[in-house]
Write a protein that binds this ligand. Structure first.
Ligand code: KG4
Ligand code: ZN
Length: 350
């Protein structure tokens, strides 16, 4: 079975062709066009601008995905597309394009929930039989720019939301703190790079909700603490603070990263213990953070938990269409073309 996936929920314009054979999902092509240079210029995503770029990029990206997969439209079994959640203008570009292509090519259309799609990056394993796919039940931690969720999967398409952020997402916290440090967007990779040379204990930053009796997170207080720290520092303003490259900035970056990671690791490990899962799947842009992955691994070892950790390669952690096609193989619920509507508020319980 071959599926074309389309993803345009945020600022990326992505298309991918994937093949599923003997239960194993393999990438034939995976194209991602991003308006990253525009975001860096404006310090973040401007929704209308992102959608305008996506309108221009979508057809060339789809054609490129088909061309480099060496699959013709005729040979596709279905078209899968992100239905939501996300930015409405961006979602519409992908959804309307998918509807038109599915109509012209006479192919079934499969809508995919973006956060759930992220988790399915863990099922893309290629042909190497030594690489195992996750099995059920498993615990999912989604950490991206828009989401921080803990989800318990009983099977494909059968899951329960057990907790998540009450305010900012983990990636959003990385991005906002990076901005306070004068670093360009997206801030996560910038903070993690700077943090490599910093002392994670240099600044005592809050780790909110660690004692709460649930699996929820809160990151907005951390951003406020960093803002206060930067403005209260002996050095007059953020730019002054940051014009001293080296230890001050890297210590703060390392401390921010560690505070975010500690919250994620402690709650996730508590959930793994409570639900007795043997598999943990991590997904989303922040899963590209190596320190998060190594701290999760360390914590699993420290508590001697029989938990196997799955993390996609970095290119499949951030937004891409391969994960959308992968999700469609395992959640093959087609929808009537005219019934599909982009839904910016699509929830995890769909
Ligand atoms: O999954 P994604 O591409 O988009 C959303 O669905 O939100 O995630 C983007 C987020 C951004 O907030 C970015 O700063 C963060 O992922 N990110 C990272 C790293 N790479 C990307 N955060 C921390 N460390 C990284 N290495
Ligand atoms: Zn995403």
């Amino acid at each position: 079975m071959v599926i074309l996936g389309i993803e345009t929920s945020c600022d990326e314009t992505a298309a991918a062709v994937l093949l599923k054979d003997l239960g194993r999902v393999k990438i034939l092509s995976n194209i991602v066009a991003s308006s990253a240079s525009l975001q860096a210029k404006y310090g973040g995503i401007i929704p209308e601008q992102a959608a305008r770029e996506q309108v221009k990029a979508i057809i060339p990206v789809v054609l490129e995905a088909l061309k480099s997969s060496q699959i013709t439209a005729d040979s596709l079994d279905a078209v899968a597309v992100t239905q939501g959640p996300g930015l409405i203008g961006s979602l519409l570009v992908g959804v309307e394009t998918a509807k038109v292509l599915a109509t012209i090519w006479k192919k079934p259309l499969i809508p995919v929930n973006h956060p759930i799609g992220h988790f399915y990056a863990n099922w893309i394993v290629g042909e190497d039989l030594r690489v195992k796919t996750p099995s059920f039940p498993c615990l999912g931690l989604l950490v991206s720019g828009g989401h921080t969720d803990l989800v318990l999967f009983e099977d494909h398409g059968k899951f329960n939301y057990i907790g998540g952020t009450r305010d900012d997402a983990a990636g959003e916290c990385f991005d906002k703190c990076a901005r306070l440090l004068g670093l360009p967007y997206p801030g996560g990779p910038q903070i993690s790079k700077l943090a490599e040379q910093g002392n994670p204990k240099a600044y005592n930053l809050p780790r909110p909700m660690l004692d709460s009796n649930n699996f929820d997170f809160s990151f907005s207080g951390l951003k406020t603490a960093v803002s206060n720290l930067v403005s209260d520092s002996d050095i007059p303003d953020a730019s002054g603070f940051l014009s001293h490259p080296g230890s001050l900035q890297s210590d703060l970056a390392a401390s921010i990263q560690q505070a975010i990671i500690d919250c994620l690791v402690i709650k996730t490990i508590n959930a793994a213990k409570k639900y007795g899962v043997k598999q943990l799947i991590v997904a989303g842009g922040v899963a590209a953070n190596r320190k998060l992955v190594s701290d999760l691994q360390l914590s699993i070892a420290n508590f001697q938990l029989p938990v196997k950790l799955f993390v996609p390669p970095p290119a499949l952690c951030t937004d891409n269409a391969a994960m959308i096609a992968s999700a469609a193989f395992f959640n093959h619920q087609t929808i009537n073309l005219l019934d599909l509507q982009a839904n910016p508020n699509l929830s995890l319980a769909y």
